[in-house]
Write a protein of this length. Structure first.
Length: 161
């Protein structure tokens, strides 16, 4: 693998770049699943504020970035199980720019944010590439699905391990 590809813990100073990256990754990942108008409504300032809250919040240490030649090219984040419950950790997001998919960075991000812990996640029903990645990592469809009204009615399925 390219020695200039690294995975490191995300920090508050990454918020601006993460907001931009998050939008770019969404556009690439969901280009055939969501309309252009959906992406036009995305707001970089809101994204920066969201990432600032995440990276200074109680689970900041569960967020990682993939970096190539000093530029962020991917990220992953999770939240731990709720204390005192039998809930699972949730992998809420793992994204890589398409040029870096298949590079091994996705695997490194997954291992960094949840390791081998039992977890749950939601993935677009029509994102078969992501589902295959998660199956290779021990996840299986739970049979649960939901419709995301705010995401133009996209259907997502739950996977667990």
């Amino acid at each position: 693998m390219d020695s200039e590809l690294v995975v490191r813990r995300a920090g508050p100073s990454d918020a601006d770049e993460l907001a931009d990256l998050h939008l770019r990754c969404r556009r690439e990942t969901y280009a055939g699943l969501l309309s252009a108008s959906f992406f036009e409504k995305q707001n970089l300032a809101d994204g920066t504020a969201q990432w600032s809250r995440i990276l200074t919040g109680p689970h900041a240490d569960r967020h990682w970035v993939a970096v190539h030649k000093g530029r962020l090219v991917g990220f992953a984040g999770s939240v731990p199980p709720a204390p005192g419950t039998s809930s699972l950790a949730e992998l809420w997001g793992i994204y890589l720019l398409s040029a870096y998919q298949g590079s091994g960075l996705g695997q490194q991000l997954l291992e960094a944010t949840i390791g081998t812990e039992s977890a749950t996640l939601w993935v677009a029903r029509d994102n078969t590439r992501a589902q295959a990645f998660y199956r290779r990592n021990g996840f299986a469809a739970s049979g649960r699905e939901k419709i995301l009204d705010d995401w133009e009615g996209m259907t997502v399925i739950q996977m667990v391990r």
